[in-house]
Design a protein around this ligand. Sequence first.
Ligand SMILES: O=C(CO)COP(=O)(O)O
Length: 246
Amino acid sequence: MTKLIVGNWKMNGRTEAAASLAHALVAGADGLEAKLVVCPPATQLAAVGAIVAGSPVGLGGQDCAAEAEGAHTGDIAAVMLTDLGASHVILGHSERRTDRGETDAIVHAKTDAAIAAGLIPIVCVGETLAEREANRDEEVIDAQLAASLPDGFAAAGGVIAYEPVWAIGTGKAATEQDVATIHAMIRRALVERYGDAGAKIAILYGGSVKAANAASLLAVAEVGGALVGGASLKAEEFLSIARAAR
Ligand SMILES: O=C(CO)COP(=O)(O)O
C-alpha cells in the first residue's frame, strides 16, 4: 500500500518561509512512491494550498472545530479547511490533548465534524513516559482508540497516528520493536472494531522521525507511513524521509 508521509509544521514560520518550503516540496515530489501531505499553521493554509494545488503534495489542517459553523470565536470549521483545498486534518495530537485539554470525547466530536466535511481525519494516540513506565501503554492507547474514533471512521478512510508522547521533539524515536508491538496492537483493535475495513486503515508512526531513521521505521510491519514534526520543516530532510518510504 502507498505510504503516507505527513508533515506537521506545528506553530512555526511565516507565510514567506512556508511558501518557499512548499515550492521546494512540489519541485522534489515528482516520482515519489509515497503520498505527501503538509499541514501548515492555519494562517499559511491559503498560500501553501495555492502552491501545492495540482501537485502530488496534499494539504491538511492541524485541527478543526467540532461544530460545523457559528459563534465559536477563534475556531476553524472543517469546511473552511476543505474550502482552501485541504484533504486531511490532524486531530487529537498530544499537544492539543495536553496543552488544550482535549479529551477523547472532544476528539471524537471533531473527527465526526471532519468526516462530515469530507476530510480524512488523522487521529493521534500515544502514551506518556509515565504511562509507559507503568506498563499501561497498550491500555491507554486502546482506551483512546475506543473513545476517540466514531463508527464511520474506517469507511471515511480515516488514518491513525501512533505518537508516543516521550518521542515527540526529543530526538529519541521509539525502537523498531516498540513500534512493531504497538502497531500490531492498534491493528488488532481496529480489526476488532471495523472488521475487514479495519485491516486497511493506515497506521502512521510519529515521534522524532528523521531521514536517518525513516527507512528502518517505515519498514516495520503495520507502519503505513509517518507523521513528521521538526524534520518536515526542512525540504530536503522531509523529501529524504519520503524517499525512504517504499
Ligand atoms: O508531533 C509530531 C508530529 O505530529 C512529531 O514531532 P517530531 O517529529 O518533531 O518529534
